[in-house]
Design a protein. Structure first.
Length: 211
């Protein structure tokens, strides 16, 4: 019985993953409003009733998609409890903390930048989407400001840059908009973006910044 339940659970998890992947691709390709649940079902290889059963409605599916894209998986672990963020906080020097922050953010942006752009566009014509994230605080800024507070206290950080200013600089350079501008519109490989972002932030935040 337990083995059967395990197989059923794995199958349900795989079905959920296929639906989320199909929704992400279609929402980005066509836009949230233009995409029908039946199209998502067809791409995922499931009945449309399965989507209603698993996610209830289209907006709930969108929220799940965003949450999974940010985290990288469907485990209920906040960004600031993720291993890559722990590397930022525990790094012995500002240089290594910044490298961990840029690398971790790159991984997130590769998953979420295009989705973030889609959500912004969808919110303009579907104001109810705002209700999916009722908190007024920007979670991305919360993560970055926490990292900035830690980074600016480490050896190698410029003493004349306060944590709030460092957070604003990091928030701008590591933005989804700038990531898409360079990696999608200008066809930079993500590794090139990571190197550029580190050098750019290092020149602003570190006492010395060697490539």
């Amino acid at each position: 019985m337990r083995e059967g339940k395990g197989k059923q659970g794995n199958k349900a998890q795989e079905t959920r993953r296929r639906i989320i992947e199909a929704a992400g691709a279609l929402f980005v390709e066509q836009g949230y409003g233009a995409t029908k649940l039946q199209e998502i079902a067809d791409r995922a290889g499931v009945a449309v009733q399965t989507i209603y059963f698993v996610f209830r409605n289209k907006s709930s599916l969108l929220k799940e998609l965003v949450d999974v894209a940010i985290a990288g998986d469907d485990e209920p672990v906040p960004t600031m409890d993720r291993p890559w963020f722990a590397e930022v906080m525990t790094a012995p020097a500002a240089e290594s903390a910044l490298a961990a922050l840029v690398a971790g953010t790159r991984g997130t942006l590769e998953r979420v930048a295009a989705i973030d752009e889609m959500v912004r566009a969808a919110t303009a014509t579907n104001p109810e989407i705002r209700e999916l994230w009722p908190d007024q605080a920007d979670p991305r800024y919360t993560v970055i400001s926490t990292a900035a507070k830690s980074l600016t206290k480490k050896p190698g950080a410029r003493p004349d840059i306060p944590a709030d200013e460092a957070a604003d600089i990091i928030y701008a350079v590591l933005s989804p908009e700038l990531f898409l501008l360079l990696t999608r519109d200008r066809a930079w490989p993500p590794a090139k973006w990571e190197q550029w972002a580190y050098r750019t932030l290092g020149s602003q935040l570190l006492v010395t910044n060697e490539p």
